[in-house]
Ligand binder design. Structure first.
Ligand code: HEM
Length: 473
């Protein structure tokens, strides 16, 4: 039987049989769906995302003056891509590789190909900014070629689980996101090609089209769709009946982003306004869906909730800044461009705040299943290990503070064209990247080492029970 055919029934298979399935991993504890890839797949993407956040923060400090003077300058474009590619794209790709098999119930076509996808996107996301920032056209060209290879690997690997007959909003979102990824990457490769011969001059509006496609039609739609699965679990919120706002959010965000990007690229104000309107409907529906989950949640307010609500707040800030920038630009060009740049930062902040917030749930969950697979150690109190034992909660709260004020400073720095404020934002983002990576890895590595050395206390031999454990996340 082929791995794909096996995938149809792989949902709850454990043990030696599961090892034959392409998405599965040896020693997977009972209860973890068989289609889920080995923990190293999502964790490598997420680790790379925190390194990207540190580099992005350092870059904003470095290029502060050029970015304040002209948000479309090459140094700013380099720092932007350390944010959107090395941080956000790597983080979202980690989530996509983890949750596509969970949502569809089918494994990835190949774990080896997932690792190759990681290497190729990691190289792309660092070579592109380095090539642009240090004016190395050969390096920039290589990144463009790698991006296309990365896109093909991604589409082939996710195409397997996404070809499932299953419908539903999260599956539709992941399919649309793949189309958004293709559009963004091909546009990026065209820009990179142009940098070799300067056949055309990409205007600031065409650059903005890429930002809209990448942030909303690819990364944003992925988050909006996957959130429909994650929010009920993390908030213990069951929204009864057909949840229309989630569906409208996915389709309208994607469609609006596509029409707005097309309007920006072709200089058509009608398409720009129509696209912006539909995008607004989609993002509004996303907020309505969040409200429905908040009203029905059974879990008390926690840090995850604070991250998610703050992320939604950045979306409102982005919409306000974008509208203000568009209106101001007609009379005061520089001020208008500055406000639109600040709007893009706020839109990126929406995804970054959500990514860091969800990482504090998802990483401990993945590490916990890895630890269980290696011997089920006990937590600090001698009781069975909980997800919450795997990081320091005070540091996580501090991360929320540095991240939120970092995004705020970067927004304010761009809106007011202030180099020192942009630099402060950069420092805060770099601190966030370092603290998050350390906080989410130190205790886990300590536990793993203890288990491997046999010094960890074995927990009571309990079977994996997702529901009670999830309540303690
Ligand atoms: C999620 C993915 C992406 C997002 C959100 C994104 C966003 C942006 C934004 C906002 C700009 C304008 C920056 C500014 O003016 O300061 C831009 C420009 C650019 N992007 Fe991307 N980008 C993404 C992926 C890519 C990829 C995969 C490539 C190519 C491998 C690429 C290549 C470029 C190039 C070369 C420019 C400069 C165009 C010029 O010469 O003006 N981008 N991108």
């Amino acid at each position: 039987m082929t791995a794909r055919a096996q995938g149809k029934t792989v949902g709850d298979r454990n043990g030696p049989q599961a090892a034959k399935v392409s998405g599965s991993w040896a020693g997977r504890p009972s209860g973890v769906p068989g289609a889920v890839p080995p923990p190293s797949v999502p964790l490598s993407f997420l680790a790379a995302a925190s390194a990207g956040l540190v580099a992005c923060g350092v870059a904003w400090g470095w290029v502060r003056a050029a970015a304040a003077a002209d948000p479309n300058s090459d140094p700013a474009i380099a720092a932007v891509h350390l944010g959107v590619l090395a941080t956000l794209t790597m983080g979202v790709l980690g989530a996509t590789h983890q949750f596509t098999p969970v949502i569809t119930g089918r494994p990835l076509r190949s774990v080896r190909m997932a690792r190759a996808t990681f290497v190729v996107w990691l190289a792309t996301s660092w070579l592109l900014p380095l090539g642009i920032g240090f004016e190395q056209t050969g390096v920039t060209a290589a990144s463009g070629g790698l991006a296309v290879v990365g896109l093909v690997l991604l589409a082939w690997n996710l195409g397997g689980p996404l070809s499932v007959r299953k419908k539903g909003t999260p599956v539709a979102a992941l399919r649309l996101a793949l189309v958004g990824a293709a559009a963004t990457t091909l546009l990026g490769a065209t820009f990179v090609g142009d940098r070799q011969g300067h056949w055309f001059v990409p205007s600031a509006r065409v650059d903005l089209a890429m930002g809209v496609l990448g942030l909303f039609a690819w990364l944003g739609v992925t988050y909006i769709g996957v959130a429909q699965k994650l929010w009920p679990m993390f908030m213990l919120a069951h929204v009864p009946g057909r949840h229309r706002s989630g569906t409208v959010a996915v389709w309208a965000t994607w469609l609006g982003a596509a029409v707005l990007a097309g309007g920006l690229a072709h200089g058509s104000p009608i398409a720009e306004w129509a696209g912006a309107g539909v995008l607004g409907v989609g993002l509004g529906a996303h907020l309505v869906s969040l409200r429905a989950h908040l009203r029905r949640r059974r879990r008390k307010a926690d840090l995850h909730l604070t991250f998610v609500v703050t992320a939604a707040g950045w979306l409102v800030v982005a919409a306000g800044l974008a509208l203000a920038g568009t209106l101001v630009m007609a009379h005061h060009h520089h001020e208008g461009v500055a406000l639109v740049a600040a709007a893009m930062v706020a839109a990126g902040g929406w995804l970054l705040e959500a990514l860091v917030g969800h990482a504090h749930k998802v990483v401990p969950f993945i590490v916990w299943s890895l630890l269980r697979s290696q011997g089920a150690p006990s937590g600090p109190s001698g009781k069975p290990l909980m997800f919450a034992d795997l990081y320091h909660h005070g540091l996580a709260a501090a991360t929320y503070g540095t991240l939120t004020s970092g995004i705020g400073a970067l927004c304010a720095g761009f809106a007011t064209s202030s180099a020192p404020v942009i630099a402060v934002g950069g420092v805060l983002l770099a601190v966030t990247g370092i603290v998050t990576a350390a906080n989410l890895s130190v205790r886990s590595l300590h536990q793993l080492t203890a288990v491997r050395r046999g010094t960890g206390l074995p927990a009571r031999a309990t079977a994996y029970r997702p529901a009670p454990a999830a309540r303690r996340m």
